[in-house]
Design a protein around this ligand. Sequence first.
Ligand code: NAD
Ligand code: UD1
Length: 337
Amino acid sequence: MIKTILVTGGTGYIGSHACLELLEAGFDVVVVDNLSNSKSDSLSRIEEMTGREIQFHLADLRDEKAMKDLFDGEQIDAVMHFAGLKAVGESTEIPVTYYQNNIGGTANLLQAMAAYGVKNIVFSSSCTVYGAPETLPLREDFPLHAVNPYGQTKLTIEYMLRDLAASDPDWNISILRYFNPVGAHRSGEIGEDPLGIPNNLMPYITKVAVGELEELAVYGDDYDTPDGSCVRDYLHVVDLARGHINALKKLDDNPGLIIHNLGTGRGYSVLDVIHAFEKATGKPVPHRIVGRRPGDASAVYADPSLAEQELGWKAKRGIDEMCVDALRWQQQNPKGY
Ligand code: NAD
Ligand code: UD1
């Protein structure tokens, strides 16, 4: 029985929501994070909310000795592996850092797991592994193709995990390909806390809505979509976190390597999101159409049916809840953690 989970990147946006869901589902949680893109306050808040303790290790996955010490001192049954660098633009500027951190860190983690006989892992992949999609909705068996260094790291890790599963039937590996996670826990206690000016749509919208940023730039209205702005599959981060619990429970059946999309299956354009946000929250979002952002695909959304069939998971929260929860987090934490 899987009981104690090592959550890598557990102080970050998605990892912190996963920690909360894990504790609420009765698992014990150990976190490792180097705090390169997060603060440990997220964990203190989760401890306060749940009345449960989280063992926190401030360490880098690339540090072999630190990983050995961690596995020496803790009894880990499975790993949820969120730790990684995730900014697409930055990955084109410092690609080797991305390869070293994401691929090197994962390789080191897997070696430590193998050495300690921990062979259950859930990995955070991304819909970016489908590249620029030609057919929609995206199914797990579609061709894979990286279009930037960040995506290449996700794809390489997927291949590494596939090879690992083929080499040893004791490994149970769940690869989850996330679409666009947004929103925050409804308490407003944990959420997305980007450093500096956000790159992603929803955190930018919430900062415009509270007046911290002047207006949103909509990157293009000349795409081949109903209103010309790009379409994405936004999913609530709490639904996403819960999908990890389903995947984790599935590992108990010794499935070997399994791969699932986590999305809602529904696409919203940038203008749809702005309108939904304004309607759900009553806050205007001043915006202006500008040119396209290089590298953006016109439309990306999931076929999430495999996750429903095999994991019993389906996204429950709609766009209104995503917007309201994102804004609540922003309002309650104007400066982040
Ligand atoms: P995040 O930056 O909030 O969390 C990642 C965490 O990993 C951070 O706390 C960071 O400090 C930590 N970290 C990075 N490198 C590390 C290392 N070498 N050793 C230890 N800790 C390290 O990002 P997030 O949005 O929570 O994303 C979590 C995972 O999900 C990432 O792997 C990301 O690529 C993937 N993902 C995210 C999205 C998204 O839209 N947020 C979409 C698809 C996939
Ligand atoms: C991006 C990454 C993706 C990564 C995800 C999470 C790219 C090409 N893709 O997804 O690999 O997994 O972030 O980190 O970078 N938009 C605006 N104005 C803004 C911000 C965004 O119009 O200020 C638009 C974008 O053009 C896009 C949509 O909003 O159409 C969503 O953008 P974003 O939140 O950055 O996510 P993705 O680009 O889908």
